[in-house]
Ligand binder design. Structure first.
Ligand SMILES: *Cc1c(COP(=O)(O)O)cnc(C)c1O
Length: 465
């Protein structure tokens, strides 16, 4: 069975570059036909593999493919899949240290590597989570416990109008409702305005509320903007606030010494969300959190019970640092990928993604009809279409949307957009380990061809109607 599965996976990956980047997701009818009761009788493996690999897997975005430049690309490096297979097949218990001390040590090592790459100090604690959203949730819990105790309703949290929606969602899960979240405006480069942040904090203090946390972004999902992390750190220090940094997209650029200036101030965060399933090219299901004062994370989660081994202080103990008890073994996929590739190759791959984005942005900006709205601060840029016939915002938005749809329909790359202040922007985000210059050349070619066609056509029917 193992051989049959590996054979299918290898065959699938060998052809991943040829698959249309957007996949074929018009599958509502297929989904209806798949509904069935739990089978009474067992099935063989082969028909299930055929169903998965031939029918179902192709009906999805080709997220691990080289042309996936949409949203924030994921990864899917093969050693991580093997690590998951080993972890699942051997099924050792890594929720508490005492049950698998040596395996948990590998997870602790992997967290230490993240800490060192992010230049966080010794004493930092880490946690692997299913993704960035849950990392941010745990960070808000730490800040809330540290600063508010039981007085949750008085606490106010600050983030920017470009921040990922998971921050507001995590705040709500942590008991900080919408009416206590302040959305701070951003400047022309989509970075949080620190003076507006200071004003909002002062205003809340005047009203008798308790500002406790700023959640800044080290690379926004919309345009890749990095907030002025150093200035925000200074402000948080002066005001006694917890500074959380959402580095789900951008933090791993910090691995490259030459790119660290782009993320200046990142090591000063009180906590940092990371997404190894983005910037470390791992399969989905791996986020991570670093908390500078490791005791804060432990204080939130530490617990025990009469049926558990006694807590100990020398070694990392996952259940003492996170909300889960039984869980998978997320540390193994990180550990194995880093061991098998090495930090040097990671650095090279991450630097390559930025270089690809910078070059493509320069080329796209030269295409007649394209206006660049956000140059790559990291590896993401955003732009829109303008032309003499596109006289209204609605017409420009529609043309930009049409451009993305038509470039994506060509199959070589998949693009998605974002709406900022009523403006629709097309985005290109380079973060897949499989994306190289050949695919970026194709991307620029397809954008150029479709912009020319759209400008020749003038405003689309939808605008006229
Ligand atoms: C992806 C992303 C998140 C959410 O992380 P998940 O892993 O999807 O939960 C948060 N912030 C930013 C900037 C992201 O790119």
């Amino acid at each position: 069975m193992g051989r049959a599965v590996v054979e299918r996976c290898v065959e699938h990956l060998a052809k991943i570059s040829d698959a249309p980047s957007c996949g074929d997701t018009a599958s509502a009818e297929l989904c209806r036909s798949l509904r069935e009761a739990a089978p009474d009788e067992p099935s063989g493996l082969d028909p299930l593999l055929s169903l998965l690999f031939e029918e179902l897997i192709p009906r999805s975005f080709t997220t691990p493919g080289p042309g996936y430049l949409a949203y924030i690309p994921g990864g899917g490096v093969y050693p991580a899949a093997l690590a998951d297979f080993i972890a699942d097949a051997t099924n050792r218990y890594t929720g508490v240290w005492a049950a698998s001390p040596a395996l948990v040590q590998l997870e602790a090592n992997a967290l230490e590597w993240l800490r060192e790459w992010m230049h966080f100090p010794v004493g930092t604690a880490g946690l692997f989570t299913p993704g960035g959203s849950m990392a941010t949730f745990n960070a808000i819990l730490c800040a809330r416990e540290r600063h508010l105790g039981a007085s949750i309703r008085e606490g106010t949290l600050y983030t920017s109008d470009q921040a990922h929606h998971s921050i507001v969602k995590a705040a709500k899960l942590a008991g900080i409702f919408h009416d206590r979240v302040r959305v701070i405006p951003t400047d022309a480069d989509f970075r949080m305005k620190v003076d507006a942040l200071a004003d909002a904090i002062a205003e809340d203090r005047r009203r008798g509320l308790r500002p406790f946390m700023v959640a800044s972004s080290a690379g926004t999902t919309n345009t890749g903007a990095v907030d002025p992390l150093d200035e925000i750190a200074d402000l948080c220090q002066r005001e006694g606030l917890w500074h959380h940094i959402d580095g789900a997209y951008g933090a791993f650029f910090h691995l490259c010494p030459e790119l660290q200036p782009l993320l200046s101030g990142l090591p000063r965060g009180d906590s940092l969300t990371l997404d190894p399933h983005k910037g470390m090219f791992l399969p989905y299901g791996t986020g991570a959190l670093l908390v500078r004062d490791g005791n804060a994370l432990r204080a939130v989660h530490s617990a025990t019970a009469g049926y558990l081994p006694e807590n100990q202080g020398e070694f990392y103990d996952p259940a003492q640092y996170g909300p889960e008890l039984s869980r998978g073994f997320p540390g193994l996929r990180v550990w194995m990928a880093v061991k098998m590739f090495g930090a040097v190759r990671y650095r090279a791959a991450i630097a390559e993604k930025r270089a690809l984005a910078v070059r493509a942005a320069e080329e796209v900006a030269r295409i007649p009809g394209i206006v660049m709205d956000a140059w790559p601060q990291l590896s993401l840029f955003a732009f829109h279409v303008e032309g003499p016939a596109l006289t209204t915002q609605a017409a420009r938005n529609e043309a930009t949307r049409r451009l993305m749809e038509r470039v994506t329909a060509r199959g070589r790359v998949m693009l998605t957009g974002c709406t900022v202040d009523g403006r629709h922007l097309a985005r290109v985000c380079v973060l897949s380990f499989r994306t190289h210059q050949d695919r970026m050349t194709a991307c620029v070619e397809d954008i150029a061809a479709e912009v020319a066609a759209i400008l020749a056509e003038g405003p689309g029917d939808r605008t006229v109607a």
